[in-house]
Write a protein that binds this ligand. Structure first.
Ligand SMILES: O=C(O)CCC(=O)C(=O)O
Length: 292
């Protein structure tokens, strides 16, 4: 049940032993409690929240994605559509497009992730999912993002941020409600007849269980359909791309960002690369586990 918007938008934070800020369990601006969100998420395998991010931010994010795709194509020497729509690691382009980090300073859209995964979650994947006009059938395959399943346990959460309006015509994502509860792939015909589409305005967000069977739609328009896609996981899971190492390799300056941003990027979830790490206080270690 979605309630009327409540004017309790501030998210309070406190600090635990690791020095990393915690989120609260207050109502978000979406008028949905933690319990309501999680109930729907666990039943359907996804929740759509409309108009979460401001249009100013979304315009900057879309520009950053398209600009970074050009830069990435130059680095890897491939610019075919197959490679073109997917960024491997958006923060690599953060010197040119700081919006990739600014997005991580916005707390409200991250609140549902915290509800599911607790405060020490990290970014596993920070990418894009852009589809060209007349995208081929191969790109519309029905898939899950994480083929591991422990009933009642959440390894992670997928977050798709629409940086364009998503329509039936431009290939809005298709999701099969409740399908996160089985690893058996649905028949194509069943999927086609029963899936829902993420039809929304730019700035809306699809939060989904990585076990959910889903697919990109067909883009019959003449424009690209753009989106950012992020995967969040528990801090002990290996990242899809090693963000701290990539940012070092490409000299990305993140010195002005807070500990919260470092936490999200995985800086406090690295396996130690030195013998001293074992003997330094928790808040100085390369891997900061929650103390239980
Ligand atoms: O871009 C889309 O519509 C879907 C993205 C997707 O399938 C994924 O990120 O796993």
């Amino acid at each position: 049940m979605i309630r009327q918007k409540k004017n309790i938008t501030k998210i309070f934070s406190s600090e635990d032993k690791t020095g990393i800020k915690k989120f609260s369990n207050l109502y978000g601006k979406y008028g949905m409690t933690k319990e309501e969100f999680l109930e729907r998420f666990n039943k359907d395998g996804y929740v759509i929240l409309p108009d979460v991010l401001s249009i100013d931010l979304i315009i900057k994010l879309k520009e950053a994605i398209l600009g970074s795709l050009e830069l990435q194509a130059a680095i890897i020497g491939k610019s075919s559509n197959r490679y073109f729509g997917k960024l491997l690691c958006a923060p690599v382009f953060g010197n040119t497009f700081p919006v990739f980090f600014e997005l991580l300073k916005e707390k409200e859209w991250l609140q549902p992730v915290q509800w599911l995964l607790d405060e020490l979650f990290i970014i596993n994947l920070y990418a894009s999912s852009c589809i060209p006009p007349d995208n081929d059938k191969a790109s519309q395959y029905i898939h899950v993002d994480l083929p591991r399943y422990i009933p009642g346990y959440h390894f992670g959460m997928g977050v798709l941020i629409a940086t364009d309006d998503f329509t039936k015509e431009n290939g809005a994502t298709k999701m099969l409600k409740g399908s996160h509860l089985t690893l058996i792939k649905p028949e194509e015909e069943y999927f086609t007849n029963n899936s829902e589409q993420f039809i929304c305005k730019a700035g809306s967000i699809l939060y989904f269980n990585p076990n959910l069977w889903h697919a990109t739609g067909y883009n019959s328009t003449r424009n690209w359909r753009t989106a950012a896609v992020l995967g969040f996981t528990r801090p002990w899971m290996k990242q899809y791309a090693d963000i701290p190492r990539l940012l070092k390799k490409y000299n990305v300056d993140i010195s002005s960002y807070s500990q919260d941003v470092f936490q999200l990027l995985g800086y406090y979830s690295q396996p130690p690369d030195n013998m001293e790490d074992f003997s330094v206080p928790l808040e100085k270690r390369m891997f900061r586990q929650k103390v239980v």
